[in-house]
Design a protein around this ligand. Structure first.
Ligand code: ZN
Ligand code: ZN
Length: 352
């Protein structure tokens, strides 16, 4: 993964760190390309070392790019510790307290471990061309599966059946589900993270259908709300409010906007319609190697958007015990605007 170690080294310099110890596997994959389940990276001026154990020597030889790959044969933590010097950042949001204590016992004279969680995640926010290509391909798979699902119809099937069929279709198209698909019909749609159940989808119901595909490690994430026949005046009205909030906040997504400001655009529309208390989650989140990553679009997000970031825009209104509506697109932040990767229609679609 050419260039990522260099970007990390620059960031360490800015933060007054001499070395960074990376132990989170997703961050390791991002930096080195390694997809195994045991590894660690040490980065600093002139040092790019990736450590693993004998099970992964061969995998490291084929996958790891731009880092010196070392197979540790003796004491794992001692091998790491001997490569650390000065002020060492560690991932306090990923490294177990017990491992940290043991590592500290092995550190040399004058070596200081300081919490530096979120450092690699900061780099991961902005995607390069290769990452964007994977993300766009994943998004196309998911869009194809929504279209395929709509053709098969929803009424008379269980939520679980619709969700499992969609996941299987994602695999047929060469991807993996980036998370278990959410299919929540009628009152279940009011639970933002409902698990698809055995409830049979009826006529005239709204269905919140949230899914994503994963390709080459990169995720997509999107939601459409469909109706099995006319869902009634209240549902149509609420759908219109969510759509208006979504379109307005999409307009606000551009380089230089803050996560808080973009969220506020959607929240204002929903508040004005009297549904402020029915929109209980943030407007969106970054997506990449993980479905939820930085930056955040929410009332407390001071993240400022940069070109090349990929975020969701997903306002929702949830009426407890009645129904829910969420519309989630998946966009690339650019100068002056965003580029929407979602290709599906957004007017309320009536499905069999
Ligand atoms: Zn999302
Ligand atoms: Zn989603």
């Amino acid at each position: 993964m050419r260039g990522r170690g260099e970007r990390l080294e620059t960031l360490l310099g800015e933060r007054g760190l001499d070395r960074m110890l990376v132990t989170d596997l997703v961050n390791i994959r991002y930096l080195t390309g390694f997809t195994g389940t045991n590894g660690a990276c040490v980065c600093g001026p002139g040092i790019r070392v990736f450590l693993t154990d004998f099970r992964y020597t061969e995998r490291a030889a084929t996958e790891v790019e731009g880092w010196e790959a070392i197979t540790v044969e003796g004491d794992w933590l001692a091998s790491i510790a001997e490569r650390l010097e000065g002020k060492v950042g560690f991932e306090d949001d990923h490294l177990a307290v017990r491992s940290l204590e043991k590592l500290k016992e092995k550190l040399g004279e004058g070596v200081e471990a300081v919490p530096a969680g979120g450092t690699v995640e900061r780099l991961r926010r902005v995607k390069d061309a290769e990452e964007l290509a994977a993300i766009e391909a994943a998004s196309r798979i998911a869009d194809e599966v929504w279209e395929w699902s709509v053709e098969r119809g929803f009424a008379g099937r269980t939520e679980r059946d619709v969700a499992r069929a969609a996941e299987a279709r994602i695999r047929e198209l060469g991807g993996d589900p980036s998370f278990p698909a959410i299919v929540a019909a009628g009152p279940n749609g009011a639970l933002p993270h409902a698990e698809p159940g055995e409830r049979t989808i009826g006529n005239g119901e709204l269905i919140v259908f949230d899914m994503g595909a994963q390709l080459d490690g990169y995720c997509s994430d999107g939601t459409r709300t469909y109706a099995t026949g006319d869902p009634g005046a209240e549902a149509r009205e609420v759908y219109g409010v969510v759509l208006e909030a979504q379109l307005a906040s999409l307009e606000a997504v551009k380089a230089g906007a803050s996560g808080e400001d973009v969220d506020a655009v959607a929240r204002k529309v929903i508040d004005a319609a009297g549904h402020g208390k029915h929109f209980g989650h943030g407007l969106g989140h970054g997506v990449g190697l993980e479905v939820h990553e930085a930056p955040r679009l929410s009332p407390r997000a001071d993240d400022v958007l940069e070109p090349g970031e990929v975020v969701t825009v997903e306002p929702g209104i949830y009426l407890p015990g009645v129904f829910g509506v969420r519309i989630e697109d998946f966009v690339v932040v650019e100068e002056g605007a965003c580029r929407n990767l979602s290709t599906l229609p957004k007017e309320l679609t009536l499905v069999d």
